[in-house]
Design a binder for this molecule. Structure first.
Ligand SMILES: *Cc1c(COP(=O)(O)O)cnc(C)c1O
Length: 394
């Protein structure tokens, strides 16, 4: 039996008719960028997440960059301000901070959750720190109530990279965070300035190409993000900002509209698979991720195991490969060790602290391995994967 890590054809095949109808409707409409499908998807996804405004953009990196740039244009941040980001994230998070003209300051994660450790935020702050960009890594919400609480004491703006957490719900938290959002399904972000989403094809809600969105309750911020993604313009040939071209295609919006109604069911299936792994994998060599007290806070974008050391991880990957089971490492090299962030000749570096030591992020990169968890897995495939994990090293 062959079990790929993720087969996108299999993910989309059940919706072939709806996707074909969506494509035909867009072709026949004669309008291909930022039209009625984009508008409808912005409205529906924002409502699904409990936000007032959604702005479709070209991809997740642009969503991150433009929400930060818009905050600068509106005077809420200044070029050169420091933004706290986790040391163990996909590099897009860090690149976006640089791209906006801000300085990423890396903060180690909590090993239990893989997310930025709120207890380390205070030490990472300097007088130039004006924001936190939290990442909901692997689909698990970062500890937003603690992050919002800390941000309040230092007057920091909070942003979220939700590229891996479509549909995750925060149910607890200070009452004043989300007065009316309790009834409506509340996504992370109640008190965040803005949240960035990617709809890259492999995400829990994926397009059939690139797509992204910024969600916010702030009408002004939404307006500036929209302008920045359209050459800094809202009136044809009148340019308020030095913008870029980053817009959500109609055809991707139409695909996403067809897929959105299924997202909750997919996430439920992912949770069921993750729960089986946690219950049934009993190999002492493997450390399993924790299911949050409220399971809705995790949508299992990937299911990530840990091994005691790098050699064991590599052996586990080989063992699973020999059984036909595809795995991936998220992520093998943390941002601060990438060539892209190597210090220049004068020792200057685009991220802080310079000459950093991030042992937790480095250890994670060495010891994590993700196994298949997508909604298309059958029960017998899950059983097969559990069997292979339990046999490892015995
Ligand atoms: C996928 C991803 C991004 C980038 O999204 P793109 O659409 O590929 O630009 C950013 N951050 C995280 C955490 C991601 O997983």
């Amino acid at each position: 039996m062959k079990i790929p890590f993720l087969d996108l054809k299999q993910v989309n095949a059940p919706y072939m008719d709806a996707l074909k109808d969506a494509a035909v409707a867009v072709v026949e409409s004669g309008w291909y960028i930022r039209g009625s499908y984009c508008e409808k998807f912005e409205r529906e996804f924002a409502a699904y997440c409990g936000f007032a405004h959604g702005v479709g953009v070209g991809n997740g990196l642009d969503a991150l960059t433009l929400m930060l740039r818009a905050s600068i244009e509106l005077g809420r941040l200044k070029t050169g301000d420091e933004i706290l980001v986790p040391s163990n994230t996909y590099i897009a998070t860090v690149l976006a901070v640089n791209a906006a003209g801000l300085v990423p300051v890396l903060v180690e994660p909590d090993e239990r959750t893989f997310n930025i450790d709120p207890a380390r935020l205070a030490d990472a702050c300097s007088p130039k720190t004006h924001g936190i960009l939290a990442v909901h890594l692997y689909g698990r919400l970062a500890d937003m109530p603690a992050i919002w609480e800390f941000a309040k004491t230092r007057d920091l703006l909070v942003f979220e990279d939700a590229a891996q957490s479509h549909g995750a719900r925060l149910s607890s938290g200070p009452q004043e965070c989300h007065p009316e959002r309790r009834a409506q399904p509340a996504v992370e972000g109640s008190r965040s300035a803005a949240v960035a989403y990617s709809f890259y094809p492999t995400k829990n809600l994926g397009a059939l190409g690139d797509a992204g969105m910024v969600l916010t309750d702030d009408a002004e911020l939404a307006r500036v993000v929209r302008m920045l993604g359209n050459y800094g313009s809202e009136k044809k040939y009148v340019n308020m900002y030095r913008g870029v071209n980053s817009r959500l295609d109609e055809i991707q919006a139409a695909f996403l509209l067809a897929k959105l109604p299924h997202l909750d069911a997919w996430n439920e299936r992912r949770r069921a698979i993750a729960a089986r792994y946690v219950r049934e994998v009993n190999n002492p060599l493997l450390q399993l991720p924790e299911i949050p007290a409220d399971p809705r806070e995790h949508v299992w974008h990937v299911f990530t195991l840990r091994t005691p050391d790098g050699k064991t991880r590599d052996a586990l990957q080989k063992h699973l490969e020999s059984r036909g089971i595809g795995t991936l490492i998220f992520y093998p090299i943390p941002p601060h060790l990438q060539q892209a962030y190597a210090a220049g000749p004068e020792g200057e570096c685009a991220l802080l602290p310079v000459n950093p030591k991030f042992p937790i992020a480095e250890k994670m990169a060495e010891t994590v391995l993700s196994v298949p968890v997508s909604q298309v897995l059958t029960d017998s495939e899950v059983t097969e994967i559990i069997g292979a994990l339990n046999e490892f090293g015995r």
